[in-house]
Write a protein that binds this ligand. Structure first.
Ligand code: ZN
Length: 186
């Protein structure tokens, strides 16, 4: 609804509905003031007369209101159908999302790891991605060294290496995570 109110067209319609009586009032109360009439108010009155002529030209008041209400309803429908769809889709996906998606950190052997998932919803399969060890001291995601299988903490420079600790190789850790998910043991 907030987005609907912020819609420029709706704002214009609402502004017009509010400003029309104000404009009429100013027009009625200033048309007989002689000093300003010729130089300032006359051109303004001409413009106002034009606007009024366009708006009231052979169209009854109820007709204008019917058109305005019709347009508001139409915009509301467009807003509802087109703009709300992505939110509904996200909610739908979340409701159908597997429970294990929240399982994104844990100790499998002795190191703590963090990871995310690459879900293939059509094939109903998933892949463990971004598997990174956490710093033991800072509990921070470590950075992979350019040599691979070596990680460094960006905060305290603490290092981990799966050459030194082969039981912590990412392939093995990913297999352990997969196993825990399949056995719902997480
Ligand atoms: Zn650290």
């Amino acid at each position: 609804m907030k987005k609907f109110i912020q819609n420029p067209f709706v704002l214009t319609v609402i502004s017009t509905l509010i400003l029309t009586p104000i404009g009429s009032w100013i027009y009625d109360h200033t048309k007989n003031v002689p000093i300003l009439t010729n130089w300032v108010l006359k051109p303004l009155h001409t413009v106002w007369d034009l606007i009024k002529a366009v708006v009231t030209y052979q169209v009854p008041v109820w007709g204008i209101f019917a058109v305005i209400i019709g347009l508001i309803l139409l915009l509301w429908l467009i807003d509802k159908i087109f703009y709300s769809k992505p939110v509904e889709t996200i909610t739908h996906q979340r409701n159908n999302a597997p429970e294990f998606l929240n399982y994104k950190q844990g100790i499998l052997k002795s190191w703590k790891w963090s990871w995310s998932y690459n879900i293939n919803s059509s094939a109903k399969t998933f892949e463990i991605v971004n598997l990174i060890p956490m710093c033991t001291k800072c509990d921070l995601k470590m950075l992979e060294d350019s040599f691979g299988d070596v990680w460094v903490c960006p905060n305290c420079n603490h290092q981990k290496s799966s050459y030194i600790n082969p039981e912590e190789q990412p392939v093995k850790i990913a297999a352990l995570i997969q196993d825990r998910i399949e056995k719902k043991n997480y």
